[in-house]
Unconditional design. Structure first.
Length: 245
């Protein structure tokens, strides 16, 4: 079997289970708890006469801007500014995100939140699915359910899923926990990409992230502003390339 084969990965996780559990507990205890970024979670950028693009950003702590002080420094700030600059459109945006949410949790949050009739929803989830050991198949079902709700009752025209980050590069995680979580994240992301490729109303934004200590937040787990900037600009390029009239 190949190194990335799911059965081999399962066998390795079972064999390493006591060590992985101990490392996970120790890592959680020593990790500093960083707040979500402060600042507005909705707004408008651009001239009132310009054509509007309504943008919803939803997700977990990375969507909420944990690791930087202000939303202007977080992914939503860079995404909105870059999208406005490159398209010339007025961006009407809203952020719905909370630390610790799985994909299912993001779905529940959106159902309970104030409605926002977006043209595009950018969803940033997956890390907590990996942490909580949600299976790849279950995580994909949760993403499909979230996308169908956004495209149905919520009235969104297109759903963009951000890629899972390279968790094997997270400085906070010790080995072999880093290796195991990194493999899980790659499998989740590959399954997401294959599924999104079968849909015209859902897409998977593909871009590489170079993670190092300098680009990460002080906890070694969340993005710092350099990573948020790279993500925001890449997501903006993806959204701008969608076939809008």
């Amino acid at each position: 079997m190949r190194a990335g084969h799911p059965l081999r990965a399962l066998a390795v996780k079972v064999a390493l289970a006591p060590l992985l559990v101990a490392q996970a507990v120790a890592t959680r205890r020593r990790a500093p708890v960083l707040p979500e970024a402060e600042g507005a979670r909705d707004g408008v950028l651009g001239d009132a006469a310009a054509s509007a693009l309504r943008l919803l950003v939803a997700g977990d702590s990375s969507a909420a801007g944990v690791g930087v002080a202000r939303q202007e420094q977080a992914v939503v700030g860079h995404l909105v500014r870059t999208l406005h600059r490159t398209t010339g459109r007025r961006i009407e945006w809203a952020l719905r995100a909370r630390t610790g949410l799985t994909t299912r949790g993001v779905h529940d949050l959106l159902v309970d939140a104030a409605p926002f009739a977006a043209d595009v929803a950018v969803v940033i989830t997956g890390v907590n699915d990996v942490i909580d050991q949600v299976t790849t198949r279950r995580a994909l079902r949760d993403r499909a359910a979230l996308a169908d709700w956004l495209l149905g009752p919520a009235g969104v025209r297109h759903v963009v899923f951000a890629p899972l980050p390279p968790m094997h590069r997270f400085p906070l995680l010790p080995e072999p926990l880093r290796w195991v979580m990194g493999g899980d994240a790659r499998r989740h992301d590959a399954a997401l990409a294959r599924w999104a490729a079968t849909r015209s109303d859902v897409s998977h934004a593909t871009f590489a992230l170079e993670l190092d200590v300098a680009g990460m937040a002080s906890d070694g787990f969340h993005p710092g502003e350099p990573v948020y900037r790279a993500c925001g600009e890449a997501l903006a390029a993806h959204v701008a390339a969608l076939p809008w009239p």
